[in-house]
Design a protein around this ligand. Sequence first.
Ligand code: UN1
Length: 511
Amino acid sequence: MATDTLTSPATLNYGKTKVFKNFIDGEWVEASTGETFENRNPADTRDLVGIFQKSAKADVDSAVAAAKRAFTKWRLVPAPRRAEVVFRAAEILIERKDDYAREMTREMGKVLAETRGDVQEAIDAAYYNAGEGRRLFGPTVPSEMPNKFAMAVRQPIGVCGMITPWNFPMAISSWKLLPAIVCGNTCVIKPAQDTPLSTFNLVRALTDAGLPKGVINVVSGFGADVGTPIAEHADVRAVSLTGSSAVGRIIGGIAAKSFKHCSLELGGKNPMIVLDDANLDLAIEGGLWGAFGTTGQRCTATSRMIVQKGVYREFVERLVERAKKLKVGNGLDETVQMGPAVNEKQLQTDLSYVDIGKNEGAKLVCGGNRLDQGDYQYGWFMEPTVFTDVDPKMRIAQEEIFGPVVAIIPCDDLEDAIEIANGIEYGLSSALYTKDVNKAFSAIRDLYAGITYINAPTIGAEVHLPFGGTKATGNGHREGGIGAIDFYTEWKSVYVDYSDKLQKAQIDRED
Ligand code: UN1
């Protein structure tokens, strides 16, 4: 077991800056480039979380070679045994939950309650996928011929490449790695350059749980240097990306050339509809959480609120009053409700959309400014921001911002609301607040998105249900639950003829 090799570099000592190497074939190795990059706390950039390898194609090549070697053995380990490793990792993650959450808050900025939730989501995914080790169901069906047996079994694909985002650095890595390994695949993962530590922590838990060397390999670095070579590599048979639609187009295009399986989970511009009959207290509470939780940096964030005219004024007033009181700051402080943007570039994007909204003629009723006084000067903070009287065609109502900027759009009725909700290029999450069950079910049918919440905001997906979306949000695959098992396996249909004679399907018939 490679526990020892993992323990030294991955154990954090806040007094010293840790240098994290790539994890290939159970060993910690430096990148072929000899270059590194810094991982700094976005709430306080004086805090250097760690130094990581700036890898290149040669590192991807050795990681893929290690994964390919490991596959020859791992695919033959019975699935229930593979799953036991994942189950043990869940128990280890429970023990380390608080430490890993703190490290995640330091590298990513979201508040502790949320980073604990992120680790919990990896634990949930581990338990779910551990259970799959004793299922991996396939159909056993009657044959059309006598004395012939027919069934389909799931087979692993081989080496899988994963490219993960920074906003759910452990949860989303777990959505990909855990079903992949339970199904018998081996992996090469490139964690987001803003948050590599949380992926290392997940892999460390798996290694400490007994995962054999080479089954998961971690190569840190930047998209063009590491992500592209993973997607291009001939020995990588499946690629899973969570990221922007722009990157999805590139990775999807590369993967298609060598007929790789490819799962893309991309952008969102998620609507929350509030009808006149809604419980407004609930809708305001949910709206605040959906829009400003994780500083708006979820693909599922509530970035549009479509509010019926009868409650529009009251909803806006009360939401703004609450948004102004949200405590922004360093997520390590338990009283803070909203952390910083993940990095300077994201903050600049968020602020640029404030200007775009103003220039388009939307009304800025809350926030809009960078926070840079006092302790804020060391981080990438801005105020929770609300635009009202937004026209559905404005850019702030159409484009994914990925920050704490929400657009409120008035609507006449449910039909109008659904038209506005669907009138975007994305289709990830959606929500409706109403007490009318008929309206709720019409919306469930008509909102063209991968997820619909009734009387809850657009965030909060659970790991055992499909996660993903329509249109530019992806390419039809789903993560979570059985969808992930479908992605990480290939069907093999098996026919066993025990008649002792040649039976010709479709031809040997009585009629
Ligand atoms: C994301 O939106 O980027 O559904 C992932 C949620 C979380 C996962 C979000 N469980 O809000």
